[in-house]
Design a protein around this ligand. Structure first.
Ligand code: SF4
Length: 410
C-alpha cells in the first residue's frame, strides 16, 4: 500500500477545500506528504479549455518527475473524460466529483463508500482563512457551462453539520471562513432549509470568525440575506454576484434566470443597506451571437452600475454544451478586444472603490504571506492593504487607516 503522497489542485475553491480534506484524512490514516511520493493525486478542473490543458500538462510533468508513482486524477475533468485520462501514462484511477472522497479508502485498501450524497470539506492549508464547502452541484444548466455536468445535481450539507465544521475550524485558530458552493444560494432547498436560515444560525452562534459569502446567483440573493448581512458583525460586507452578460437577450440564450434590471436592483439594495460593501461581478466576453451593439450597450450599463470590480472571462467553447453548437461564434480577436475593454472598466472601478475609502479606519485580517518586506491583508469590505512585515501581526485583525500608499491593487 502506498504510504506517501502529494496532492495538486487546480480550479475552484471547492477543489481546494476538498483537497485539503483529502490530505487531512490520509494523514490521519498514516500517510505522509512527500516530494517523492508513491501516489500523486491531481484534483482537476475543466471549466475552460485552458483549464483542461493545465491538467494535462501538470499530470504529464508530475509523471516525468516521479515515473514510478501511481497517479489518481479527481474532479471535473475526471468526471467528464475518465476514459481519456486512464490512457495517460502513470494514471491508475480516476474519481469524479460525487465519489471524490473515495480516493481515501481506495488508497487505504478499504471498501469504497456508496453514500455519495454530500461530502463535507474545508481547506486548512492557510492559517488565516478556510474555504468551507457547504453545497455542491447545480440544477441550473446554463448553456455555456460544464460544471453542472461534472459536479452533478445540487445537494447541500445540513445546518448542524456545517456548524460542526465551523467549530473544527475555530479550533484550528483560523480567523475567516469563506462559505463556498457551486450554486451557494441553492443551499438547503431540497431539505426544506435555506441559505438564509444557515446564515441566521451562524449569526446566533457569535463565532470568533469573519464570514464571507462566495459567489451567489443574483436571483438567489434575497433582500433578507442582504438585511442580515447589513446588521451582522460576523458576515462581511462583501458580495460576489455573477452577471455573465449585460444584455438581456444574451442572458436568455445563456439560460440565466434573471434580467440585468434585477441585477441592478440587487446592487441598489446592497448600496442602500450597506453603502461600503464590496460588490464583485463575473462577466463573460464574447458569448455566441453577442453583437457589437449589444456589447457596447452592455458596457454602458456596467459603467453606470455601482460595482467594485469584475472577474472577466473570455467565452470558450466547452464540448457538448448547447452554446458550443450555436452559430455566430464570436471571432477570437473580437472576444479579446471585448475582454480588454471589460478588464479596463474593472480596473477603473476597483481604483475608484479603493480610493473612495481613503481616510477610513477598518479591520484588516493580516495574512502570513511575506513579499519582500511587506505583508498583506483584506479589510472587512475586501480592500487589499500592504503593511511593513511584522511576524507578530500574522493572522491577527488590525485596525488600519486606509491611505493611498498602503493600498495594494494587485
Ligand atoms: S449556475 Fe450556471 S454557470 Fe453556475 S454552475 Fe450552475 S449551470 Fe454552471
Amino acid at each position: 500500500m502506498s504510504k506517501t503522497f502529494s496532492i495538486h489542485t487546480l480550479g475552484c475553491k471547492l477543489n481546494f477545500s476538498e483537497s485539503s480534506e483529502i490530505a487531512r484524512r490520509l494523514q490521519e490514516r498514516g500517510f505522509a506528504l512527500s516530494e517523492q511520493p508513491e501516489t500523486i493525486i491531481v484534483n482537476s478542473c475543466a471549466v475552460t479549455a485552458t483549464a483542461e490543458k493545465k491538467v494535462r500538462n501538470l499530470t504529464s510533468h508530475l509523471h516525468k518527475l516521479s515515473p514510478d508513482a501511481q497517479i489518481v486524477v479527481l474532479g471535473c475533468y475526471a468526471a467528464l473524460r475518465s476514459e481519456e485520462i486512464l490512457r495517460w501514462p502513470g494514471v491508475a484511477a480516476t474519481f469524479g466529483n460525487e465519489d471524490k472522497m473515495n480516493v481515501v479508502p481506495f488508497l487505504c485498501g478499504e471498501p469504497l463508500s456508496t453514500n455519495l450524497r454530500f461530502s463535507a470539506a474545508f481547506s486548512s492549508n492557510d492559517r488565516t482563512r478556510s474555504f468551507l464547502k457547504i453545497q455542491d452541484g447545480c440544477d441550473y444548466h446554463c448553456t455555456y457551462c460544464t460544471v453542472w455536468k461534472a459536479r452533478g445535481e445540487s445537494r447541500s450539507d445540513s445546518i448542524p453539520n456545517v456548524l460542526e465544521q465551523i467549530d473544527r475550524i475555530v479550533g484550528m485558530g483560523i480567523k475567516e471562513v469563506n462559505l463556498t458552493g457551486v450554486n451557494l444560494g441553492d443551499f438547503g432547498r431540497k431539505d426544506g432549509s435555506s441559505f438564509y436560515e444557515l446564515l441566521r444560525a451562524i449569526e446566533e452562534r457569535h463565532y470568533p470568525l469573519r464570514f464571507r459569502i462566495s459567489s451567489i446567483e443574483p436571483n438567489l440573493l434575497t433582500d433578507e440575506i442582504i438585511a442580515l448581512a447589513a446588521q451582522s458583525k460576523v458576515i462581511m460586507p462583501h458580495f460576489h454576484i455573477p452577471l455573465q452578460s449585460a444584455c438581456n437577450r444574451v442572458l436568455g440564450e445563456m439560460h440565466r434566470r434573471y434580467t440585468r434590471e434585477l441585477y441592478a436592483e440587487k446592487v441598489h439594495r446592497i448600496r442602500q443597506m450597506i453603502p461600503d460593501a464590496c460588490i464583485a461581478m463575473d462577466i463573460i466576453a464574447g458569448f455566441p451571437g453577442e453583437t457589437d451593439a449589444e456589447f457596447a450597450d452592455g458596457l454602458q450599463f456596467l459603467e453606470d452600475l455601482d460595482i467594485s470590480y469584475c472577474h472577466v472571462f473570455t467565452y470558450s467553447k466547452r464540448p457538448g454544451t448547447p452554446a458550443a453548437a450555436m452559430p455566430q461564434q464570436v471571432p477570437p480577436p473580437v472576444k479579446r478586444e471585448r475582454t480588454n475593454q471589460l478588464l479596463e472598466l474593472s480596473e477603473r472601478k476597483k481604483i475608484a472603490f479603493y480610493r473612495q475609502h481613503i481616510g477610513e479606519k477598518r479591520p484588516v485580517l493580516i495574512e502570513s504571506e511575506k513579499k519582500g518586506n511587506l505583508m498583506f491583508g483584506f479589510t472587512d469590505n475586501y480592500i487589499k492593504l500592504q503593511i511593513p512585515y511584522d511576524i507578530s501581526k500574522e493572522n491577527s485583525i488590525q485596525i488600519i487607516e486606509i491611505q493611498e500608499d498602503n493600498l495594494s491593487y494587485k
